[in-house]
Design a protein around this ligand. Structure first.
Ligand code: JD8
Length: 274
């Protein structure tokens, strides 16, 4: 996959050389090219912004440098058309399905806005996707591009060392993952659940599925509605629903008093339900 990123802060994209995304680039699986939007300005001050029509605070990114940049980048490979992605708080919420869809594309172009955003005519002319990474306000599209590219890069063939990991992820079946443990067996008096050390692979799988269901119900009930559930899963959910609410909250890490129970205790600190 080729990914071009247009920004006034190319240094923001430097982390893409590290870790998983960086290794994908070294392998040739991913080719990220960052571009400084100011290269497509024509005035001595290399101006990329101007006052908003209609008044109001801040500045808006001028259309001409964006059009020149996108025209030149698109022309660099006349045999195909890139999918143009614009991160914006007004975009569609970014999900794992989005990441999977983008990972199937051979060529993406990310337009990183700043200030009050990019002149809407550029979006109308060029954008295939307007994407938001969440309901909070960033200062520009660069960090959103990092987020989207990392989510996409790890889905590319051969990027994950273990191809089972991607299919196993939270969200691939619409549920949160079970908690994970490593050595030592006892840490600060807290023991790793015995089933994980039992060597009984079927019991481990059942325990993990139950934990995934409990955690999702407690923390992200919105996800349960769309999850892929078996009859056995539904039975587990019904049993959990019959437990006292505080027990479910305390053993599955739901938000209590503004802080999750995670890190402030665990199921092992609590008595079994009546
Ligand atoms: C791009 C400019 C800031 C946006 C005024 C100051 C995504 N989930 C997300 N939150 N924020 C962004 C995002 C913010 C951006 C730009 C993405 C370009 N800003 C502006 C309009 C209102 N602020 C984002 N993806």
């Amino acid at each position: 996959m080729r990914a071009d990123v247009v920004t006034i802060f190319p240094a923001y994209l430097e982390p893409l050389r590290l870790s998983l995304v960086g290794r994908a680039q070294e392998r040739g699986t991913l080719d990220v090219r960052t571009h400084d939007l100011r290269a497509w300005t024509s005035d001595v001050h290399r101006t990329v912004d101007d006052a908003p029509y209609g008044g109001g605070p801040g500045m808006v990114m001028r259309p001409e440098p964006w059009d020149a940049a996108l025209t030149e980048i698109a022309a660099s490979d006349p045999d195909r058309r890139p999918r143009v992605v614009v991160p914006t708080p007004a975009g569609a919420p970014f999900t794992q399905s989005h990441a999977e869809e983008l990972a199937r594309e051979p060529w993406l172009v990310f337009c990183c806005g700043r200030y009050e955003g990019i002149d809407a005519r550029v979006i109308d002319a060029w954008a295939d996707d307007e994407i938001s990474i969440g309901d909070y306000v960033l200062a520009g599209g660069e960090v959103a591009t990092l987020v989207i590219l990392e989510a996409v890069a790890r889905l590319l063939p051969g990027v994950l060392g273990n191809s089972a990991s991607a299919a196993d992820d939270s969200f691939s079946d619409g549920l949160l993952e079970a908690p994970v443990y490593t050595r030592p067996q006892v840490w600060r008096g807290a023991e790793v659940p015995a089933v994980l050390r039992s060597g009984d692979h079927a019991a481990v799988a059942r325990w993990r599925r139950t934990q995934a269901l409990r955690r999702t119900l407690a923390r992200r009930p919105d996800l349960v509605e769309h999850a892929e559930l078996s009859d056995a899963d539904r039975a587990v959910l019904e049993a959990v629903a019959a437990e006292p609410a505080e027990h479910v909250a305390a053993t599955s890490g739901s938000v209590v008093g503004g802080a999750t129970m995670v890190g402030r205790g665990s199921s092992m600190d609590l008595p079994d339900p009546a």
